[in-house]
Design a protein around this ligand. Structure first.
Ligand SMILES: [Zn+2]
Length: 187
């Protein structure tokens, strides 16, 4: 149960990172988002029909996404010490603190932000805890940075074998085609 919730939150984190940060996507340059485009991208990434996202919130979400990207890139480069240091800082800054909460007659659930937290603080606390769980508690979800050239997309690898290297088929095929061309021109 807890694992599923961490996995869902990780997925949203990866979506935020890919939506709001990065300079290239699948071989193409990715212009930095501004104004309404930034608000739209942030709202879509959160995916809850969120009406609370104004420009300042969207910018704070992008800042959060940049911090998360740094952590994922460290993990991808197999620098767990650096990732753990960044995560510990994110846990402190987010003021994450677990508490049990219930809406009306629903069952109690564990959340990681205090009652005073706004939307960005809620996500910061939840994401920090879920990424920390993935790193420190060995939940079976590896995060990584696409290995293809000119692509900054990050991904989650939930497969048993954990052999994912690319953000998707587009990049996998791009790299395969380049290797094939290189072999042909070499032969
Ligand atoms: Zn890619």
């Amino acid at each position: 149960m807890a694992e599923e919730r961490h996995a869902m939150r990780l997925e949203t984190g990866v979506t935020l990172v890919n939506a709001l940060t990065g300079e290239h996507v699948q071989g193409r340059p990715k212009p930095a988002l501004r104004g309404q485009d930034l608000i739209r991208a942030a709202t879509e990434a959160l995916g809850t029909g969120n009406s609370q996202v104004d420009l300042l919130t969207a910018e704070r979400l992008r800042n959060l996404a940049s911090r998360l990207r740094e952590i994922i890139e460290s993990l991808s480069r197999r620098e767990p010490d650096r990732a753990a240091g960044l995560l510990n800082r994110m846990l402190v800054d987010s003021k994450a603190r677990p508490s049990l909460h219930r809406h009306g007659e629903q069952s109690w659930h564990l959340r990681f932000h205090g009652p005073e937290a706004d939307l960005v603080q809620q996500w910061a606390a939840g994401l920090a805890v879920s990424v920390a769980a993935a790193l420190g508690d060995d939940i079976p979800h590896r995060v990584g940075l696409c290995a293809a050239p000119r692509c900054d997309q990050v991904y989650i690898d939930a497969s048993q074998a954990q052999i994912k290297r690319f953000c998707g088929l587009a990049c996998q095929n791009r790299v395969k085609a380049a290797a094939y061309r290189a072999r042909r021109s070499g032969a």
